[in-house]
Each structure stands twice: as C-alpha cells, then as structure tokens.
Ligand binder design. Structure first.
Ligand code: C5P
Length: 224
C-alpha cells in the first residue's frame, strides 16, 4: 500500500530574520520549500502529498510548486498556530484516505530541511511499516575532558514516519488536550503505544533556522 507525505511549511521563521517565511527563501535557484517538495515527489509509491501553508502564503506557494508537479497533485492545507496544529490540519485532510485504507504510512517532513534525500524517506517509511514508527537520528560528538568521556547526545531530524491509523488516532486523542509537543514522535509517545525505531539520519540534513544556515544549505545544494 502506498504512503502519504506531509510537508510542513506554515511557520514564519523569524529567527532567520528575512522578513518572509523562511521556507520561501531562495537557495540554489529554488525556494527551500521547492527543494523539499522536489525530493518528496521523487519518493517511490507516494499516493498523497500534502503541503501545509501559512494563511496568506497560498499564492506564493502555488507559484513555487506548480512547475514541479507535472501530472502529480498536491493538497494545500492551511496551517495552525504551532507545528502540532499544522500537522493536525494535514492529518484531518488525510483522514478519509486513512479511514478508507488507501495509505498505510504517513511521513511528516519540515520544509525547512531542504537537503533530506529520497533514501531517507524510504528508510523511515520502510521502518515504520515494520515497527509502527521511525525517526532519523544523528549522534552528536562525545566530549573527552577532565571527568573522562561524556557520551554525546542525538539530534532528531525529519522526515518522521508512522503507521497512518495510529498516527491519526494519537492526534485525535491529543486534540483539545492543549498538546504542543515539538515533533511528531513526541505526540505518538504521549498518546499511543507505537514503537518508534531510530534510523540513521543524514549529517547534511540541516534545518534552516538562522541566517548562516541559508548560506550553508546553498553551498551543500549547489554541490549535488
Ligand atoms: O520553526 P521551526 O523551524 O521549528 O519549524 C519547523 C517546521 O514546521 C518548518 O518547516 C515550519 O514551516 C513548520 N511549521 C508549520 N506550522 C507552524 C510552525 C512551524 O508548518 N505553525
């Protein structure tokens, strides 16, 4: 059964200081969002694509993504006040397809990560089919100091993928609860028993957050 992909683009990105939604900033000849969408379009066996946009951004987003679509269709959904609310808006749009058994897994990706590859989508979607959920993780460096070796932490990235029915059930349970967890996995952890597997993330899968990230993303994308 095919998967669905949700691209979250409804933030404002004030930390990047550009005065526009950061996912609309140009990098290497296309917007951050266009790079993210192009990758999602290259993932095998995706039956539904949802782009969550900030109210007011629709005409700009439509102009950005229309040339990429060919015969494919993308559902544009208005986002909410925080990332969780934007995810919830996308899941409500996907509810009929999930209920009718047309998609088995939903992968949710931050448009602000324009360097994620189709291989990373494949890895999380495949792992979600086996385990119920999957997140990409990259280990941070360990520190050697006077107190010996301090284990490094881990950075969790997107796309994150989950069994569609469980994902919708968890977000339905969270609705009205005031839940505002930062990523998709945190909602599943709070409102489901789904097992979440860690897959290897990609060191280059940076999130555009600060002005210097735009230059770094530009340099990495131009080398592809
Ligand atoms: O602000 P931050 O970089 O943490 O946002 C992560 C992703 O979530 C971005 O791609 C952003 O566009 C999206 N987002 C959203 N709706 C919000 C806030 C963030 O779709 N209300």
């Amino acid at each position: 059964m095919p998967a669905a992909v949700v691209i979250l683009a409804a933030g404002s990105g004030t930390r990047v200081g550009a005065g526009v939604n950061k996912v609309l900033l140009p990098v290497d000849g296309a917007s951050v969002l266009a790079h993210s969408l192009r990758t999602a379009l290259a993932v095998d066996d995706v039956a539904r694509l949802v782009v969550v946009v900030r109210p007011g951004d629709e005409p700009t987003v439509a102009a950005e993504i229309e040339p990429l679509l060919g015969a494919r269709e993308v559902l544009m959904v208005a986002g909410g006040a925080d990332r969780h609310a934007s995810e919830w808006a996308a899941l409500q749009a996907l509810r009929p397809a999930i209920r009718d058994g047309l998609i088995d897994v939903v992968a949710i990706h931050d448009a602000a990560r324009p360097l994620a590859t189709p291989a990373l989508y494949d890895a999380v979607i495949t792992a979600a089919r086996t385990h119920g959920g999957a997140i990409p993780v990259v280990a941070t460096s360990a520190l050697l100091g006077p107190n010996g070796l301090v284990e490094g932490g881990a950075i969790v990235q997107t796309p994150q993928a989950f069994a569609a029915g469980e994902l919708l059930a968890a977000y339905t349970a969270a609705d009205g609860d005031g839940f505002t967890g930062t990523d998709t996995a945190s909602c599943l952890e709070a409102y489901s028993d789904v097992q979440i597997a860690a897959v290897s993330g990609e060191v280059t899968n940076l999130k555009v957050t600060y002005p210097e990230d735009v230059a770094l993303a530009e340099a990495l994308l131009s080398r592809r």
